[in-house]
Design a protein around this ligand. Structure first.
Ligand code: 3HC
Ligand code: NAI
Length: 701
């Protein structure tokens, strides 16, 4: 019939298999083939019931088609599903692997669903800035109730079929993947024997009837903070409201309207960009599917401090045994106690069972002896940020570790080449830069040093997935991708304080833009002392600017290290952050000493200077080859620095703003800010080349 569909007639049953690897995305071609197969089964009088199946069942609409004509091309998914729901023979969706988005909507249009217990079902459209657009917002509330449907759709999360069966989303569980089709046949024959209707009546035919009138507004208020700046959640609410208030046909029309708006939105374009960026990030020149991977069954972490403890937890969480090595028994005990405490908090929050806590702790073994690392497949060093200290650790590792062990450093600023150089096996050395808290943050910068072997890189990328991280490859440079871009961002925030802005004004501009935290609140959290130490190590690069983070240096002199001393750019009372007139007075004094004219600064200027500075640095990183692609940079900022995913990351945002405008604004500040502008607002040469060539995408030319 078609390469995309496998059609089989089996004693009164039509088995229609979707065979469009890897995930049966419902592209225009698959939709056509599916529609034709269903019509054939519907019109064949010998077919009494139809089983739709696929392995995986389907990951939904083809995301690559969104924003293009193919997305709406005939036959449209909503039309096909409407047609399926009208076929007067029982349709059974047999779900293996996953049924997500349009894939689950396909199953919802069938009268019945049978699934493998481990299969995952969900409507993740909101994560793409969309809403379910093929009947999901209308059929699901009628099947499981409006509240449960809204929870599933608004969370964007999937659940196991075994759990979904409890709410009635799935009618029956198959014994296993291997028996799914056999179990589906048995189910179909039972339905026929019972003369079951093609579409059973909906358990919640009027989904809104028992809900309070304020259900939707209450839901919105409860999630307002999380949804700030976003539109997709509002559209989801509007569609559920329609399901509660209108008949099915009208509700479906409303859903279609909302979906069209969402499909055309900048929010959805940004989130789709992020979806593909995440998949693209693991594609790295020099490695491919044939690159042999090194087995990783035993990990070791050196240093049980803030980072080492969190890094070790990642592996224990994934069931991988970890040896945690420290220099002294006391620090080791403290580190292990802190890890237990972190797990206990998860138990208190109901995210972990006490049994899981003990299982994870059992995977962690403390040690004071390097000889214990002899069998480790991967060692991650997380000791003090000092080149000599780290080089000493690597010299020792070179002696004690088995051949083929991967030796990684979690350094945030140091030269990984210089660390690798002290070993006899630089090909085995790599940077694995975790972000704090390391057990929580999704980003892992994988620093490819000059001699890092391809299989070492490939193995760590694979391992990153295993521990739930998004890995982005960076070359070696000060700060790698993220901290290198963070530097101009931080510098501008500091400088704007001297020019007349307040910490609260700057932070509000940034959080209003969608950043998780304002820059100055971040500085207080990370520690003014830490920022100072990093600057101290770079005075030869920054010393030509007497104003460079000068307020931060002054706060450091005053012992205002941020939250840990209850005072930094703000003062703190308990957990409350308060404006501090002393900081304004300090800024006035320093500005006077440096002859910086203070003035009212518009919010737009604050945003542009903070944001454009970091984008300019990102473009430079791309040009240098430190970052492989612009979308990698977006992932770094979204997953490591709280940049809003719904803006697609700073580089995507720059493309939306327009590269010519970005260049013009950088040139404006270069002139308007005098000597300071001349120092720091030089547009990246690649940006100038891109604009000159009339290009709109940020890519190396
Ligand atoms: N459309 C197009 N391509 C898709 C896709 C989709 N819905 N889902 C996955 N893919 C592609 C990926 O891009 C990747 O391609 P690549 O190998 O060329 O990079 C390949 O399938 C494998 O995907 P992953 O690398 O992500 O594999 P995993 O096994 O880690 O994850 C997954 C599989 C859980 C299906 C994950 O890909 C995923 O979450 N996909 C998106 C699911 C989704 O959001 N569906 C809703 C779509 S919107 C919709 O249906 C609208 C409807 O309401 C009208
Ligand atoms: P930390 O000071 O909390 O922990 C360092 C630990 O290493 C201490 O427990 C110390 O006892 C131990 N240690 C020092 N020398 C050792 C040796 N020779 N052998 C065994 N143990 C030794 O420091 P933190 O914050 O955990 O940083 C560690 C590394 O991670 C640094 O390179 C830092 O730059 C990097 N990093 C830190 C981040 C952060 O936010 N704290 C973020 C990303 C990276």
């Amino acid at each position: 019939m078609s390469d995309l569909i496998h059609y089989q007639f089996d004693d009164g049953l039509a088995l229609i298999g979707l065979t469009y690897p890897p995930v049966n995305a419902l592209s225009q071609a698959l939709r056509s083939a599916l529609s034709a197969a269903c019509e054939r089964a519907a019109s064949d009088p010998t077919v009494r019931a139809i089983i739709l199946h696929g392995s995986p069942f389907s990951a939904g609409a083809d995301i690559g088609e969104f924003g293009s004509a193919a997305s709406h091309a005939e036959p449209s998914l909503p039309d096909i599903l409407m047609r399926l729901s009208l076929i007067d023979k029982p349709l059974i969706a047999a779900i293996d692997g996953l049924a997500l988005g349009g894939g689950l909507e396909l199953a919802l249009a069938c009268g019945y669903r049978i699934a493998v217990p481990e299969a995952r079902v969900g409507l993740p459209e909101i994560n793409l800035g969309l809403l379910p657009g093929a009947g999901g917002t209308q059929r699901l509330p009628r099947l499981i109730g409006a509240e449960a449907a809204l929870d599933l759709i608004a969370s964007g999360q999937s659940l196991k079929a075994a759990k979904a069966a409890e709410s009635g989303l799935v009618d029956r569980l198959a014994r296993s993947s291997a028996t799914l089709l056999e179990d589906a046949r048995t189910f179909a024959r039972k339905l026929l024997a019972d003369a079951a209707p093609a579409q059973p009546s909906a358990p919640f035919s009027e989904p809104g009837i028992s809900l309070p009138a304020t259900f939707i507004t209450d839901y919105q208020a409860k999630h307002a903070a999380r949804w700030k700046g976003r539109q997709a959640p509002q559209r989801v609410l509007a569609a559920i409201q329609a399901a509660c208030e209108r008949p099915l046909a009208e509700g479906l029309r409303r859903e279609a309207e909302l979906f069209r708006e969402a499909d055309a939105s900048t929010e959805s374009a940004a989130l789709r960009h992020v979806f593909f960026a995440e998949r693209e990030a693991s594609k790295v020149p020099g490695i491919n599917a044939d690159t042999m991977l090194r087995p990783i069954t035993q990990v070791a972490v050196i240093g049980a401090g803030t980072m080492g403890g969190g890094i070790a937890m990642n592996f224990a969480n994934a069931g991988i045994p970890v040896i945690l090595l420290e220099a002294q028994a006391q620090t080791l005990d403290r580190g292990l106690t802190q890890i237990r405490r972190n797990y206990e908090i998860s138990v208190q929050r109901g995210k972990l069972s006490s049994r899981q806590l003990e299982q994870r702790m059992a995977l962690l073994k403390g040690s004071l002896d390097y000889a214990d690392l002899a069998d480790a497949d991967l060692v991650i060093e997380a000791v003090f940020e000092n080149l000599e200290v780290k080089q000493n650790v690597f010299r020792t590792l070179d002696q004690v570790c088995k051949p083929g062990a991967i030796l990684a450093s979690n350094t945030s600023t140091l030269d990984v080449d210089a660390i690798a150089a002290v070993t006899q096996r630089p090909g085995d050395v790599i940077g694995l830069h975790f972000f704090s808290p390391a057990n929580v943050m999704r980003l892992l910068e994988v620093v490819r040093a000059r001699e890092t072997a391809p299989d070492v890189l490939a193995t760590t990328l694979k391992l990153a997935r295993r521990i739930g991280k998004i890995a982005v490859v960076s070359g070696v440079c000060f700060g790698f991708i993220g901290n290198r871009m963070f530097e101009p961002y931080s510098r501008e925030a500091h400088r704007l304080l001297l020019e007349g802005a307040t910490p609260a004004q700057i932070d509000k501009v940034l959080t209003d833009h969608g950043l998780a935290m304002g820059m100055l609140a971040v500085q207080d959290l990370a520690g003014i002392d830490i920022g100072y130490l990093i600057r101290e190590s770079r005075r030869e690069v920054i010393g030509h600017d007497p104003s460079y983070c000068k307020l931060g240096d002054e706060l450091h002199t005053l012992g205002r290290f941020g939250q840990k001393t209850m005072a930094g750019f703000y003062r703190y009372e308990g957990r409350e952050r308060l404006d501090d007139p002393e900081v304004t007075a300090l800024a006035e004094r320093v500005a006077g000493e440096l002859h910086i004219q203070r003035r009212q600064i518009a919010d737009e200027e604050i945003l542009e200077r903070c944001l454009f500075g970091l984008i300019n640095e990102g473009i430079q990183l791309l040009d240098e080859g430190t970052a492989l692609r612009s979308s990698d940079i977006d992932l770094v900022f979204i997953n490591g620095y709280g940049f809003p995913a719904w803006r697609g990351g700073p580089m995507h945002e720059a493309e939306c703003i327009g590269l010519d405008r970005l260049l013009a604004r950088l040139q404006h500040y270069r002139q308007a800010l005098g000597a300071y502008g001349e120092m720091w607002f030089q547009p990246a040469p690649l940006l100038q080349r891109l604009v000159a060539a009339g290009r709109s995408r940020i890519e190396k030319i």
